[in-house]
Design a protein around this ligand. Structure first.
Ligand SMILES: Cc1ncc(COP(=O)(O)O)c(C=O)c1O
Length: 395
């Protein structure tokens, strides 16, 4: 297996404060209701989506004799399980709206030193990406398709109603990360389609101690909702920070043939917590979808006409629940630092394997992932959008 070359960003010198608004939904009483009917498709519950991916990759034959075709715009945990299996990884290019570039995919597969065993297709930010042509291409080449629904909420039925195949039904296997949508401490689902098998061995149950710690983590959020920061303070704080010099983050590169620190081999065969499954099963779906859609649109309105930024994926298809709002930022070095210093919750994939894909190169630092979850209050949303507007206009 060839080591991969990574572009990395180390913000540790900046000592950014903790985000003032939670990136993922904390548990609040309003989100819970009656137990919902569960999907009929057999599924296996892992501790995270990355470990569900590990099981899917292994079933697909990814390993020393089977390469993985993965999208060039990615986080490390999408690649980690293939690296742990000793596989070659070839990164295929994407179009600016994050669909697979089919010509580029063909070239990537041809350049692979080994036989590609599987292709990972990601529905970024919860928005269904084109899958039919990719599925046909995989079928023609004898490559197994793994559908990455880690950012998506499959099973709402809304996607099928729009005339598309429902999310998570086209791949031989599909994985999701329920903890990104529901206020549960962990979780990663794996299911199979088209007659593909699930692992014969069930993930091993979490210990009672782990269940207790998960319960405690959920309960501590329940009792202490995060207050919204003061919107009136934004301008004074921004000006004070702009006047002060501060250390900046460090861009660097490295070669590695090891999984990242976010992948723990010991957790690979472990089941997700029962407490997580309970929270997921008792979460109210309709308000969750409606609120996420409303927050996504609110971000869209807030960034319309703002200098230096735009909504990366402005079309939110009917009924789809977005995971985060992706913001395209044309001069990330100007905005990232002041926003992080003021506590805006921003995720971005600035730790990424190098590829020939110009989109992935630009988006590594130039796409900010901003929360749009159901537990955001109006006041938190108003503070986040006002902060982004103030910094985008003044820097
Ligand atoms: C697109 C995508 N796929 C897969 C994963 C792995 O999911 P998890 O965090 O549940 O391990 C991530 C991680 O955030 C991701 O962003």
């Amino acid at each position: 297996m060839k080591p991969l070359h990574y572009h990395r960003f180390d913000p540790s010198a900046c000592a950014y404060p903790r985000p003032r608004v939670p990136v993922l939904p904390p548990l609040t009483p309003a989100q819970l209701g009656r137990r919902r009917p569960q999907p009929a498709t057999p599924r296996q519950h892992y501790a995270r989506g990355r470990y569900a991916l590990a099981a899917a990759y292994a079933l697909a034959g990814v390993g020393p004799r089977g390469a993985l075709l993965a999208p060039a715009y990615h986080c490390r945990t999408m690649l980690d399980p293939a690296i742990a299996l000793g596989a070659e990884i070839a990164l295929y290019p994407l179009t600016p709206d994050l669909h697979a570039d089919l010509d580029g995919l063909q070239r990537t597969a041809a350049a692979c030193s080994g036989r590609p065993a599987a292709l990972l297709l990601t529905h970024y930010f919860g928005l269904p990406r084109e899958i039919d042509a990719v599925a046909r291409w995989c079928h023609a080449h004898g490559i197994r398709l793994i559908e990455d629904c880690s950012h998506a909420l499959p099973g709402t039925g809304a996607d099928a109603a729009c005339g598309r195949a429902a999310l998570g039904t086209r791949g031989h296997w599909a994985v999701s990360s329920p903890y990104k949508f529901f206020p549960c401490p962990d979780g990663g689902w794996l299911w199979a389609n088209e007659g593909a098998a699930l692992p014969a061995r069930l993930p091993r149950r979490a210990t009672a101690g782990a269940e207790l710690r998960g319960l405690r983590a959920a309960w501590s959020q329940w009792r202490s909702p995060v207050p919204a920061p003061d919107p009136a303070a934004i301008e004074a704080e921004r000006a004070a920070l702009a006047a002060r010099s501060a250390p900046s983050g460090r861009d660097w590169e490295e070669c590695s043939d090891q999984p990242s620190a976010d992948y723990r081999a010991a957790d690979a065969g472990r089941a997700g917590l029962a407490v997580s499954r309970w929270i997921e099963q008792h979460s109210r779906l309709e308000p969750l979808v409606a609120q996420r859609r409303a927050r996504y649109r609110q971000w869209q309105q807030a960034v319309a006409g703002l200098p230096g930024v735009s909504a990366l994926l402005p079309h939110l298809p009917e009924g789809v629940a977005p995971y985060m709002f992706p913001l395209r930022v044309f001069e990330p070095a100007r905005l990232f630092d002041p926003l992080k210093r003021m506590g805006l919750p921003i995720w971005r994939w600035d730790d990424m394997a190098a590829s020939e894909c110009p989109v992935a190169r630009d988006y590594r630092q130039g796409v900010f992932h901003l929360p749009c979850h159901q537990a955001l209050s109006d006041a938190q949303m108003a503070w986040m959008t006002a902060l982004l507007q103030a910094v985008a206009r003044r820097g």
